[in-house]
Design a protein around this ligand. Structure first.
Ligand SMILES: [Zn+2]
Ligand SMILES: [Zn+2]
Length: 251
C-alpha cells in the first residue's frame, strides 16, 4: 500500500508524508513539530515509521520546523548541499543527496529533480516503489524538462497551482513580489499547472493541486481553471480546502 499524506500545503507551511508499506518519508517541515505531530495523529501517520526528512528548498514555509522535527523524530535531514548551506537546521544528522541522483529510503527509489525557483538548488521528488510512482513538485516558476517527464509517468502527482493571474494582478502584494511570483523562478499559476497536466495527459493519474496561495487563489478557482483547460472532471481535482485540512491519496 502506498499512501500520500498531504498534511499542509501553501505559504503557511508545507509537509507531506509518503508511506510505503510500513515505512515512510517526510517531505518538508514548514510547521512546528507540535503542529505536524497533531496533523500526523489526525491522519493516522505513525511517526516512528518515518525514516528521513527530505527538504525541497530553504524557504521558511518548507523548513520552518525542520531542525526540531528531525531531532524529535530522530531521522536524518536529506537535501542537496546548496540547500543545506542556505538553511539553518541546528544540530542535525545530515545525509547529503545530489540532484538527479537517485537513492533509496523507506523501500522507495527516490529521484530529486531540478525545479525553477528563487532558492539555492530547489528540488521536486519522484518516488518509485517499483510498481507505483508519486511526484511531489511545488515551488517552480516553470515546468523543467525533468519534472515534466516525471509528471507524465506519475500515478499520483502533487503539483503546484499557486495563483490565479488575475487575482495576483489585482491582489495585495507589492509589484516586485507579484513579478517574482509570476516569473520563471517563482510559482506555477493555475493555467501553467493545467497546461502541464494537459501536455502529459495520463488517464490513470491522480492529481492533487498543491501550494495554493491564500491571497491569490481559491480552491474553486484552481479546480475550475484546471478542469476547463484539461477536461478533467472538477470533482477529480483535489486540493486542501481550508487551514488545517489534510488529505490521504492512495495508489
Ligand atoms: Zn513554498
Ligand atoms: Zn519557495
Amino acid at each position: 500500500m502506498l499512501e500520500v499524506h498531504v498534511l499542509a500545503s501553501g505559504s503557511d507551511g508545507n509537509c507531506t508524508v509518503i508511506q510505503f508499506e510500513d515505512r515512510a518519508v517526510m517531505i518538508d517541515a514548514g510547521l512546528s513539530y507540535k503542529k505536524i505531530r497533531e496533523l500526523m495523529n489526525f491522519n493516522g501517520v505513525d511517526e516512528s515509521a518515518i525514516d528521513a526528512l527530505l527538504i525541497t528548498h530553504e524557504h521558511s514555509d518548507h523548513i520552518g520546523g525542520a531542525g526540531v522535527v528531525a531531532r524529535k523524530l530522530g531521522v536524518p535531514i536529506m537535501c542537496n548541499q546548496n540547500t543545506f548551506d542556505a538553511s539553518d537546521f541546528g544540530a542535525v544528522n545530515y545525509s547529503p543527496i545530489v540532484t538527479l541522483h537517485s537513492f533509496t529510503v523507506a523501500g522507495m527509489n527516490i529521484l530529486p529533480l531540478p525545479t525553477s525557483h528563487n532558492a539555492a538548488e530547489p528540488n521536486a521528488f519522484l518516488f518509485d516503489t517499483g510498481d507505483k510512482k508519486v511526484l511531489v513538485a511545488t515551488d517552480t516558476g516553470k515546468l523543467t524538462y525533468q519534472v515534466e517527464h516525471a509528471l507524465s509517468e506519475a500515478d499520483i502527482a502533487v503539483i503546484e497551482a499557486n495563483y490565479d493571474k488575475h487575482m495576483l494582478d489585482v491582489g495585495p502584494y507589492p509589484l516586485c513580489l507579484r513579478q517574482l511570483i509570476d516569473s520563471e523562478v517563482g510559482h506555477m499559476s493555475n493555467v501553467a499547472c493545467a497546461e502541464a497536466i494537459k501536455k502529459t495527459m495520463n488517464d490513470k493519474r491522480q492529481i492533487f493541486l498543491a501550494h495554493l496561495s491564500k491571497k491569490n487563489n481559491t480552491p474553486d478557482t484552481a479546480r475550475d481553471t484546471v478542469s476547463k483547460i484539461t477536461g478533467i472532471k472538477r470533482y477529480k481535482l483535489d486540493c486542501l480546502e481550508f487551514a488545517g485540512d489534510t488529505r490521504v491519496l492512495k495508489a
